[in-house]
Design a protein around this ligand. Structure first.
Ligand code: HEM
Length: 402
């Protein structure tokens, strides 16, 4: 791969669609070489069919320890000696994922719903006591998933400022190597201490069950592996969903007709959420892969050891798979979107994320019907980090809503 010129990742200039470069590449060079932040090279994949094919092909590895694996943050290499299971292949990936499957079934998630509803209601009560404008990210979009994942895992929410800031640093594109190491070390030592506490006094929560059933000496997972699993869940559980809450709220505030139809007919909400997931595709950079065999994709020859970035946001905006892809249209049949990935690594928390989003959007606009943006949409600070989002979402409302 000698002709790589463009530096990747690209930035989004508008929240409602992927970086402009994706559409051009999909037409001109759907499998195109780029320079990655670690100075290596990788193939960008922009067509829906190719992205899906790669994500379900065992000849493309998620194992971050393999040479050629594209690191979107060079600093991530520090964690690659013993990566979390999202960056491993079967059979080790299967073993670790299997220990968690029963924690994320639809039935388990349904049982969490009343607690999530109570959390959302309390946060809106607090929000309505504040004087507008307020930053919805800080007071609502981040606290909802943070509280939910803390309760599920058994992590004290009192420590949220600590783990949220370490996560933000670790995912930040402008984070230096030193900042990354410090944040990662601090977070791992915090989680390690929590494992010790739960060993001494077992708890009936996800972390507690994992430790007592699956961690050595009772189970077959090492303490280090359990530590990485829990940290992955804590980070994935709050940051991604927080971004979707902020962006989804923005989408509804910008499209009053859509908001009205969601409010008038509860059946419109689930397909609207699927469309939000597709249009924003916030975890676009999540799935990185490395080829383990020589293989042809979209007419381009990829060698064993080449890094590959199957771009979720590009795939979900491919007009061959979704007509008028930029339009958020709940009436389309868009269930084949791959915002949660595809294949064996498909998001483990998707049922939880969907439920959080449903509770949030069915409650927020019903409780605060006059909610609106407090700044022009162009002034919103876009977060072009490991997961796409908004740093802030200043909103206001009419005092009659109180
Ligand atoms: C994996 C997206 C919420 C836990 C993934 C992947 C994507 C994704 C694209 C696949 C990565 C790959 O193929 O390499 C999202 C989005 C979310 C979300 C868009 C919110 C809207 C959550 C939540 C949790 C979670 C709430 C935890 C409670 C995980 C885990 C994996 C994963 C553990 C790794 C699965 C595996 O490798 O087997 N997510 N996620 N995610 N996600 Fe999510």
């Amino acid at each position: 791969m000698t002709d790589a010129q463009s530096s990747f990742p690209f930035s989004r200039r508008c929240p409602f669609g992927p970086p402009d470069e994706y559409a051009r590449l999909r037409i001109e060079q759907p499998v195109s070489p780029v320079v990655t932040p670690d100075g290596g090279t990788a193939w960008l994949i922009t067509r829906y069919d190719d992205v899906r094919a790669i994500l379900s092909d065992t000849d493309f590895s998620s194992d971050a320890r393999r040479p050629g694996f594209p690191a979107m943050q060079p600093e991530l290499r520090q964690l690659f000696d013993d990566p979390p299971f999202v960056r491993k292949d079967p059979p080790q990936h299967t073993l670790e994922r299997r220990t968690l499957i029963q924690e994320f079934t639809v039935k388990r998630m349904k049982a969490l719903r009343p607690g999530i509803q109570a959390t959302v209601d309390t946060l809106i009560d607090d929000l309505l006591r504040a004087t507008p404008p307020v930053d919805l990210v800080e007071v609502f979009a981040l606290p909802v998933p943070s509280l939910v994942i803390c309760r599920l895992l058994g992590v004290p929410y009192a420590d949220h400022a600590f783990f949220e800031s370490r996560t933000r640093t670790m995912l930040g594109r402008s984070t230096t190597s030193e900042q990354f190491s410090t944040a990662a070390l601090e977070l791992f030592s915090y989680m390690n201490e929590l494992i010790g506490t739960k060993q001494a006094e077992p708890t009936d929560d996800l972390m507690g069950r994992l430790i007592s059933t699956h961690m050595e000496p009772a189970g077959q997972l090492s303490r280090q592996t359990v530590l990485k699993m829990c940290t992955l869940l804590l980070q994935a559980g709050h940051e991604t969903t927080a971004n979707m809450i902020a962006l989804g709220t923005l989408a509804l505030l910008q499209d009053r007709a859509l908001l009205t139809s969601v409010q008038e007919d509860p059946e419109v909400l689930p397909p609207t959420i699927e469309e939000m997931l597709r249009v924003f595709s916030i975890a676009d950079l999540g799935p990185a892969r490395v080829a383990t065999k020589d293989i042809e994709i979209g007419g381009t020859f990829i060698r064993a050891g080449d890094g590959v970035m199957p771009l979720l946001a590009a795939a979900n905006a491919d007009p061959v798979a979704f007509s008028d892809p930029d339009v958020l249209d709940p009436r389309r049949d868009g269930r084949h979107h791959i915002a949660f990935g595809h294949g064996v690594h498909q998001c483990l928390g998707q049922n939880l994320a969907r439920m959080e989003l449903e509770v949030v959007f069915s409650t927020l606009f019903q409780r605060i019907p006059t909610l609106r943006l407090a700044v022009p949409v162009e002034a919103l600070p876009l977060k072009n980090d490991g997961a796409f989002g908004l740093y802030e979402l200043p909103v206001t409302w009419h005092s009659a809503d109180m």
